[in-house]
Every structure is written in C-alpha cells, then in structure tokens.
Design a protein. Structure first.
Length: 159
C-alpha cells in the first residue's frame, strides 16, 4: 500500500470516527424526541399532544422570543391540539400543577401561532426531583370537543 493510500485510509477512518461521535448524541436525542412525540391523548376527532421539559433546554433567544423565564427550577409545558387532518386548531386551556405536598399553582397558557402550527405554553416552578400532578382542561374553539389531560411527571433541576 502506498503512503498516500495509507494516509487517505487513515483520514477516512478518522472522519468515520468523528461522524459516529457526532451522530451518537443526535440519535439519542432523536430517540428521546420520538418517545416524547408519542405523548398524546385522543378526544373526538382531535389529538392533544403534550410535553414537559426543563426551560434550560431552550436557547436564551428562543425563550426571550416567547417571554419564557429560564431557570433550573422551571419546566415548560407545551400543548398543541390537532384535528384529524393533522392541522393545528385553536383551543381554550386552563390547568394547574400540584406537588405531592399539595402545593398547587395555576398554569397560565399563552397561545403561540407559528405559521400553521398553534401551541400553548405555560411554565411550572418545581423543586429538584419533585413529582407534579398536572391537570389541563382543553376545549376546541368553535367545536363541541373537550378533554381533561391528567399526567404525573417527576421534574428535575437542570443547569
């Protein structure tokens, strides 16, 4: 094997290692995103999709754009309602979050319309490793369709 071929082979091997090193976290993130994407509740001809994530996962400029206060003790509840065609629909949401000590906080949802997507955001304050019971009443605007989402989630402080 010539010196040039050996060097090219070594470069290809290093490039492959770098690609794998970069791809592994992305694949883990995609797997987690796919798992979260399945957090959904059907009601009538609609689906309510939800996710609760640490606010620190948001880039500061994104959080600022939507007036979300980032902090290790804050989680973001993101809810969207879609119709049977997969289009986002407007909804009226009200809810609360309660820890296991019975401390309750109301959730104030703000509506975000981004192109054809419509979603609702609310923040939850929490202690580290605190379990919250989250209840959200949702009704589709202009339709006779409503549901109550009840979920329990352990929330962690994140840097």
């Amino acid at each position: 094997m010539s010196k040039a071929t050996a060097m090219t082979s070594k470069l290809n091997c290093n490039a492959l290692r770098l690609l794998l090193a970069l791809a592994a976290p992305m694949l883990l993130w995609l797997g987690a995103a796919a798992a979260h994407a399945q957090q959904m509740q059907r009601f009538g001809d609609y689906e309510l999709h939800y996710i609760v994530i640490p606010t620190t996962m948001l880039q500061p400029e994104i959080a600022a754009r939507y007036a979300i206060r980032r902090g290790k003790d804050r989680a973001l509840c993101n809810i969207s309602v879609i119709d049977s065609d997969g289009a986002g629909v407007r909804a009226k949401l009200s809810g609360s979050s309660q820890n296991l000590l019975g401390q309750r906080q109301g959730l104030s949802f703000s509506e975000v319309i981004d192109g054809e997507a419509i979603y609702y955001l609310a923040t939850i304050r929490h202690a580290d490793e605190e379990i919250h019971r989250i209840n959200v009443d949702a009704s589709v605007v202009g339709a006779d369709a409503s549901t109550t989402l009840k979920l329990q989630q352990k929330l962690y402080w994140s840097p």
